[in-house]
Design a protein around this ligand. Structure first.
Ligand SMILES: [Zn+2]
Length: 383
């Protein structure tokens, strides 16, 4: 009897917690620049994005670096948000040509000193508690126009060799797209020899087949899932087969949002729900009619969602209508999400889709599912 009571109380106070393991805060979209244009569509709104994420319990984020410069720059953000933000350090397969090559076939003369620089960033970041993973490193054969296969395999291997030169163990943040056989061929010897401890890494943004999933699980890796991993019915079938104790979630924002045209979309329900609990505030209730008439909201959350072109118009409106008794409505909740730009608060949608794909419907089981995914990430990156 007493046990039952405790159990119920625990359940009532439970709230979802999320760890978004893939956030590209270095992307120009977070500074207001889109599609390579030099016209700023809106001011940098990273602070508002973080507030939105906090409102829905995105407690930790791993910011992904793709170049040596980004790996270094992320220290600042990690310092400002210690115990919430961590970064990876590494060179993405799509960036290896620019970072390490003089031309298609020739490595830069200073390639060794660049790798040395990356090693130092890893060491220092690890010591400071900022860098929690080595990556993004790996192979991407879907985008060979950035780096050739040869450049990618060469630099994947050279970066993995850094692991033999450092005297601490750091988990891997791996990128693998349409390159599973080469990927396994290159990384397996490091796992077999113990240079990479078993299970000490995640293959993020997974979009492969069931057969490929099995090959990665055989190496012990975790699998990171985002909106891009859930586009087609085939994707959903594969995602439903990932063991929960190997599952992690991410937005890969500003990319990889779940879109209306995706197979996953049918599984998302409107706010509030168990994945996005109701925010208790009289302010919000009082102004809900105002909210409906003035702001076009995100289809599933309570934030306005606008086209980037309308940012100024929206800001002007908020400025005109600010008042003390609508602090929240015209505070955190008034700052808009940008249509087609993904952000960390949306990671709960990935959790909801995965939960349903795994056939989990009971409240208690959903709680365990969400907690397990959160703890997988904490176990890998924060232990
Ligand atoms: Zn990636």
């Amino acid at each position: 009897m007493a046990f039952k009571l405790i159990k119920r109380q625990m359940s009532q106070s439970w709230k979802p917690r999320y760890y978004d393991i893939g956030v590209n805060f270095s992307d120009a979209m977070f500074q207001g620049y889109y599609n390579g244009s030099s016209t700023k569509k809106h001011p940098c709104d990273i602070e508002e994005i973080i507030k939105r994420a906090h409102l829905f319990n995105v407690e930790k984020m791993l910011i992904t670096a793709s170049t040596i410069k980004e790996s270094k720059e992320h220290f600042k953000l990690c310092k400002n948000y210690s115990n919430q933000f961590y970064s990876t350090a590494g060179v993405h397969p799509c960036s290896v040509a620019e970072e390490f090559y003089e031309n298609e076939f020739t490595l830069r003369k200073d390639v060794d000193s660049k790798l040395e620089e990356l090693t130092e960033i890893l060491k220092e970041g690890y010591k400071l508690n900022h860098i929690k993973a080595f990556g993004e490193i790996g192979l991407d054969y879907d985008r060979l126009h950035y780096s050739t296969k040869d450049q990618q395999t060469t630099m994947f291997q050279k970066q993995l060799d850094i692991l033999t030169k450092i005297d601490f163990k750091i988990p891997l943040f791996l990128h693998m797209r349409a390159a599973c056989d080469d990927f396994v061929k290159i990384i397996k010897p490091y796992v077999d020899s113990g240079v990479i401890p078993r299970g000490f890494g995640v293959v993020h943004s997974f979009t492969g087949t069931e057969d490929e999933l099995q090959k990665l699980l055989d190496l012990g890796f975790y699998i990171g899932i985002n909106g891009c991993s859930l586009k087609t019915e085939d994707n959903l079938t594969v995602a439903s087969k990932i063991p929960v104790d190997k599952l992690m979630i991410e937005t890969d924002s500003p990319w990889c949002e779940i879109r209306k045209s995706h197979a996953s979309y049918q599984y998302i329900t409107p706010y509030p729900n168990i994945f996005y609990p109701k925010i208790e505030s009289s302010t919000i209730d009082q102004t809900s009619s105002l909210e409906k008439s003035t702001f076009k909201l995100d289809d599933h959350l309570l934030f306005p969602s606008i086209k980037k072109e309308h940012y100024q118009k929206h800001s002007d409106y908020v400025e005109r209508n600010k008042s003390e008794d609508s602090e929240l409505r015209f505070g955190i909740l008034s700052s808009p999400m940008i249509k087609s730009r993904n952000e960390p608060v949306e990671v709960g949608k990935v959790a909801e889709v995965l939960c349903k794909l795994h056939g989990i419907t009971e409240q208690k089981d959903i709680e365990i599912f969400i907690d397990t995914i959160y703890n997988n990430s904490v176990k890998l990156f924060n232990n």
